[in-house]
Ligand binder design. Structure first.
Ligand SMILES: Nc1ncnc2c1ncn2[C@@H]1O[C@H](COP(=O)(O)OP(=O)(O)OP(=O)(O)O)[C@@H](O)[C@H]1O
Ligand SMILES: [Mg+2]
Length: 267
């Protein structure tokens, strides 16, 4: 009940102040295997920041630490200057942080529209009892959430799949459902882990324009991608290698950096 009361006290919208994320001295290991040794970088307010690195270099581990799925062995994660160490995944979401996953996580048996409505849970105003009683107020509220979700689906070209069972969609479309669900939650900081995997060239072009749109609507974005073309959308890119950031700058400079080339080519 406390959690529900907490949710209701939060402002339902809009995106007010884009967040700033800072990782300082982050270290993590699995068993004795050190994945991150000393990761330091920031995501300035309103920017798109990219994180690249060879397979297994720890990009998703960084995401898991920022979003609260993993506790780092050392270091701090600050959201708009606030240490998130004590915050649960849900508390981080309430503070405006949202992520998508390298393998899209959707409710496969639910429709596309229902999946996107899940992203609006913190916008709900009615209590659980009222929802169970299906009062006129809850019905009105349900309609409001449904309309907002439907609008978002159309924005992400999912209009013709509203009632489709999400698990039956191709992988690329499931990824878009996940993005639309994150979008309706109006995050201040959005973490996108390999959003282009499973998408074809045309879909990647579309994804690029959506990322630009989300950013222009005020979302600060941290993007992990192997797609160097997509990565040029980032204001700054950080390259992760052997647990540390080895180069930072615009994508063109990163691609030309000898340390980065060596890390990728193993040469
Ligand atoms: N839960 C876990 N338990 C043990 N080892 C793990 C776990 N999660 C990740 N690892 C290992 O940590 C290393 C970093 O993994 P991570 O998924 O963060 O890399 P990544 O940079 O996201 O790679 P990719 O580009 O393939 O997505 C890898 O060697 C991986 O096998
Ligand atoms: Mg990964």
């Amino acid at each position: 009940m406390t959690a529900v009361a907490d949710l209701k006290r939060l402002p339902s919208r809009p995106i007010d102040l884009p967040a700033t994320l800072e990782l300082s001295g982050i270290a993590h290991s699995f068993g004795g295997f050190k994945v991150l040794t000393d990761v330091n970088f920031a995501v300035p307010q309103g920017q798109i920041v990219g994180l690249i690195g060879p397979n297994g270099s720890g990009k998703s581990t960084c995401f898991n630490i920022v979003s609260g799925f993993l506790r780092p062995k050392a270091g701090r994660v600050l959201l708009s200057g606030r240490d998130m160490a004590a915050d649960s995944i849900q508390a981080r979401t309430r503070h405006g942080l949202m992520r998508t996953f390298q393998t899209p996580k959707v409710f496969e048996r639910m429709s596309v529209l229902e999946n996107v409505m899940v992203g609006l849970h913190k916008d709900g105003r009615s209590g659980i009892l009222a929802s169970m009683l299906r009062t006129p107020t809850t019905r009105r509220e349900f309609d409001r959430l449904r309309n907002t979700a439907e609008e978002a689906c159309r924005k992400f070209a999912l209009g013709k799949f509203l009632d489709a069972q999400t698990g039956r969609l191709p992988a690329g479309q499931r990824r878009v459902v996940e993005l639309a669900r994150a979008y309706v939650g109006a995050p201040r900081l959005l973490l996108l882990d390999e959003p282009s995997s499973g998408l074809n060239t045309e879909e990647i072009g579309q994804l690029r324009s959506w990322i630009a749109m989300l950013n222009s609507e005020g979302m600060t974005i941290l993007l992990v991608s192997h797609d160097m073309g997509l990565m040029t959308i980032a204001d700054t890119v950080h390259a992760l290698y052997f647990g540390e950031i080895i180069a930072s700058g615009p994508m063109a400079a990163i691609q030309a950096d000898p340390r980065v080339r060596e890390a990728y080519l193993g040469g």
